[in-house]
Design a protein around this ligand. Structure first.
Ligand code: GDP
Ligand code: MG
Length: 177
């Protein structure tokens, strides 16, 4: 197929999920284009962004899907999860509710996606430490209980974004290779 012709070894679909306004779109633009905007923009038209990385001397294309705001109405559909091998479940460390909803999103991921999907819990906006509402320990415990990777990130300051995506991609690679 065309991907092998282009010299790609793997294409991994990764989905972003979580409450509205937690920073999913900004995490994606930070990872795919190294850009960040404080002005919330509605995602229109574009379904995913890609970035190619090297893992274990293999060329891996991450195809990262972003909800086009459907998460507001909990209207993310099965098609969104179809074929996904990774998921970034994002909450906002300053919004307790966005963390409480993580278990619902997790249920949804697990009911729609492949059972081997690699899931990382992401506490975003860690630059806003003074406004923190979710203690790191609570999230760590939840992640451990649910068998998820866990990382706190800041799309704004670029903290841990690269590491988080690469960790998920490497784990997917480890499973499929
Ligand atoms: P989404 O609805 O989950 O896609 O959230 P967005 O990516 O649109 O971000 C919602 C708002 O939070 C925007 O105003 C962003 O600029 C802001 N935001 C996103 N990530 C961060 C972050 O790491 N730190 C701070 N301080 N703000 C962020
Ligand atoms: Mg968005």
């Amino acid at each position: 197929n065309i991907d092998t012709q282009q010299g790609l070894d793997y294409v991994f679909k990764v989905v972003l999920i979580g409450d509205s306004a937690v920073g999913k779109s900004q995490l994606l633009s930070r990872f795919s284009r190294n850009e960040f905007s404080l002005v919330a923009k509605a995602t229109i038209g574009v379904e995913f962004q890609t970035r190619t990385v090297m893992i274990d001397h293999k060329i891996v294309k991450a195809q990262v899907w972003d909800t086009a705001g459907q998460e507001r109405y909990r209207a993310v559909t099965g098609a969104y999860y179809r074929g996904a091998v990774g998921a970034m479940l994002v909450y906002d460390i300053t919004k307790q509710q966005s963390f409480e909803h993580a278990s619902r999103w997790l249920e949804e991921i697990r009911s729609h996606a492949d059972k081997n999907i690699v899931i990382m819990l992401i506490g975003n906006k860690c630059d806003l430490g003074t406004l923190r509402a979710v203690p790191t320990e609570n999230a760590k415990q939840f992640a451990q209980d649910e068998n998820l990777f866990f990382m706190e990130t800041s799309a704004m300051e670029s903290t841990n974004v690269e590491i988080a995506f690469l960790m998920v991609l490497s784990e997917i690679y480890r499973i499929v290779s």
